[in-house]
Design a protein around this ligand. Structure first.
Ligand SMILES: Cc1cc2nc3c(=O)[nH]c(=O)nc-3n(C[C@H](O)[C@H](O)[C@H](O)COP(=O)(O)OP(=O)(O)OC[C@H]3O[C@@H](n4cnc5c(N)ncnc54)[C@H](O)[C@@H]3O)c2cc1C
Length: 594
């Protein structure tokens, strides 16, 4: 079999891969599908019948259901077998995260425990710490939390004031400080706490047990949504933390915190995918039941437009999620082959894809907000009723743009990380950008006669990439080192990069699917792709224009205008009919089956 081509993080801007190089959800194996089904059954039997009570809020019930998930083995999916888990691939972990994502506040509690609450110890802890804590976190015997944020240290996470001083006998760190917004705080047995030792510039990470004297947990916050998830402030008053509970090395905490957040971001992308699919199901079911003017509202073009857009955006997100998951699995495998232990190999593999992690977090959370907002609209007045699932979904969705790094911070990371990786030599971004900019006067859209359906789509995506490179060249030349201060322009670049990564993932998935299944079953997906790429062209055009108009003189503006027009030129399609086809399938299936 031919070797799969894998790009480095951010390299998608300049590199090409083919359809055969990506993993698509149609390739899930039986075991993976079985795990997803087990989780769906769990949500149906244990969660949904209790969701009102959980969100009342009842954190004891939340705790009980978390424990049940542990008994069923769901908390061990990411944990190697030698530490009591099932050592599943990253793709499987993502499928599990997607499925859990439909679980409202339970999803937040579960993900905080299995992800940020457990994995710092799994990935960076020593053997003794793993045996002592991870083996019990993997089964749900212990529940975990992750304590980074402080009243004065949110986005600027390294600025925290929580402090640890070595005791005179050298046996303990004496911990003092305050954390806030801590998920699972009300019941977590273990907390991964980030604090500075003495006057260190950077954080260290510690395992703190709930019962250590001096750990004071405030009552839960009253929140807009995810009401059943416990979120509270925690105070540390002269808490004696055994020196054995330092995770990794002194000063390694900030790195640990960031690596874990990369992982959290990718998994959040999967969670919101699951939540989006659930919102679509709620939307179409209602639209197929509600009659106005003597007909079902699903027959109205305005409603069908909304249903189709919900599907297109969600499907596009899914393409990118599983493309990235396979890239991560392969890199983890590479690191293992180089001799890294499973924990280290995983964290290195995940952290490498920091650009794509931020893309999935931002893009996914904004897709869910769009989808659930339209779900409420499709429900009309009932969408505003607390009796309906979409009302809960609307409130619960909003947090995803705030935690795991706000979307503002993550947009900056998309661009900054890609540029840094390029400067490090991972791929040639600036050379290629300069070359394209030098040829601007003669640029064409590279259209060829008789190009196939997919050749055309791939050409569009390549043109969008070239426009990003030309824009990067322009803004870098103009702003130089001050580019970092121009957040509006960086946001324009991030938006273009996200659009291209998602569009390319969708093109390649559908192309691969067509080679497997033939053209007929894939026709509906072509309609989705037509709409997505057509819209992407307009979005890329707007972002590039905004970025370039932010600095270019009138003489240059005209030059750029021509380039922008050429590189975002896509043929007109009947988006109304394309969307209707997608809506028809959804309405007929009465659930999301794409
Ligand atoms: C329900 C909930 C659960 C949470 N769970 C946890 C948890 O388990 N553990 C944990 O440690 N934390 C947790 N958090 C904290 C969360 O990660 C932070 O709220 C988040 O990182 C933002 O920090 P902040 O609230 O201090 O906002 P701020 O950092 O004050 O940001 C305010 C606004 O300014 C913007 N901003 C800030 N800096 C910049 C910049 N450099 N450039 C551009 N814009 C900027 C932000 O994007 C935002 O729009 C949770 C929060 C909530 C609400």
């Amino acid at each position: 079999m031919e070797k799969r081509k894998v790009l480095k993080s951010g390299e998608f801007l300049v590199g090409e891969i083919s359809a055969n190089d990506i993993f698509i959800p149609e390739e899930f194996n039986e075991e993976q599908q079985m795990i997803a089904q087990t989780i769906r059954d769990f949500l149906d039997t244990e969660l949904y019948p209790n969701i009102e009570q959980i969100d009342s809020p009842d954190i004891n019930l939340m705790q009980t259901i978390l424990k049940k998930a542990g008994e069923l083995g769901l908390m061990g999916i990411s944990i190697p077998e030698e530490y009591g888990g099932f050592g599943q691939s990253f793709i499987t972990q993502m499928l599990a995260a997607e499925t859990i994502g439909a679980g409202h506040s339970f999803s937040v509690a579960f993900m905080a425990h299995t992800g940020i609450g457990t994995l710092p110890i799994m990935y960076y802890g020593n053997e003794e710490q793993r045996q002592r804590y991870v083996t019990r976190l993997a089964t749900g015997e212990l529940l975990g939390a992750y304590c980074l944020t402080e009243p004065g240290a949110g986005s600027d996470a390294n600025s925290g004031k929580t402090n640890a001083i070595l005791s005179a006998d050298g046996k303990h760190y004496i911990l003092n400080g305050q954390k806030m917004w801590i998920t699972n705080a009300g019941f977590a047995d273990t907390q991964v706490v980030f604090a500075k030792i003495d006057r260190d510039r950077v954080l260290s990470a510690f395992i703190v047990e709930k019962n250590f004297p001096g750990v004071i947990i405030n009552p839960d916050e009253h929140k807009m949504g995810i009401k059943g998830s416990s979120t509270a402030q925690i105070f540390y008053n002269d808490v004696l933390v055994p020196v054995e509970n330092l995770i990794g090395k002194r000063g390694e905490g900030f790195r640990i915190a960031l690596s874990i957040l990369h992982m959290g971001r990718i998994k959040l992308g999967a969670n919101v995918l699951g939540a989006s699919k659930k919102s679509i199901n709620d939307s179409v079911k209602y639209a197929n039941e509600r009659k106005q003017f003597g007909v079902f509202i699903s027959t109205f073009g305005s409603i069908r437009h909304k249903l189709a857009e919900q599907v297109i955006k969600t499907y596009a997100l899914e393409c990118a999620i599983y493309r990235l998951s396979k890239d991560i699995d392969d890199l983890i495998e590479n690191y293992k082959n180089q001799g890294l232990d499973k924990g280290k190999a995983s964290v290195e593999g995940i952290s490498h894809y920091a650009v794509e992690a931020a893309i999935l977090k931002v893009y996914g959370s904004e897709v869910l907000d769009y989808v659930i907002d339209e779900a409420v609209q499709i429900h009309g007045g009932m969408g505003y009723s607390a009796e309906m699932a979409v009302e809960r979904g609307y409130r619960d969705s909003r947090i995803n743009r705030i935690f795991e790094g706000t979307n503002e911070i993550n947009r900056l990371l998309v661009v900054d990380t890609a540029m840094k990786r390029a400067l490090k030599g991972d791929f040639d971004l600036f050379g290629k950008a300069a070359e394209l900019a030098a040829g601007m006067a003669t640029i064409t859209d590279n259209k060829r006669d008789n190009e196939s359906y997919f050749e055309e789509k791939v050409r569009y995506s390549k043109n969008f990439k070239n426009l990003i490179l030309i824009t990067i060249n322009g803004v870098s030349q103009h702003f130089g080192k001050n580019l970092i201060q121009e957040q509006e322009v960086l946001n324009n670049l991030a938006d273009m990069m996200m659009e291209v990564y998602i569009a390319e993932s969708m093109i390649l998935r559908i192309q691969k699917m067509e080679t497997i299944k033939g053209i007929d079953p894939v026709e509906i997906y072509r309609s989705a792709l037509d709409v997505f790429v057509y819209d992407a062209a307009y979005k890329v055009k707007k972002s590039a224009s905004d970025a370039i108009n932010s600095f270019a003189s009138s003489e240059f503006k005209n030059k750029y205008k021509n380039v922008i027009e050429t590189l975002t030129n896509v043929s007109g399609i009947n988006v109304k009919d394309a969307r209707r086809k997608i809506a028809d399938k959804l309405i007929e299936d009465n659930s999301y089956k794409f």
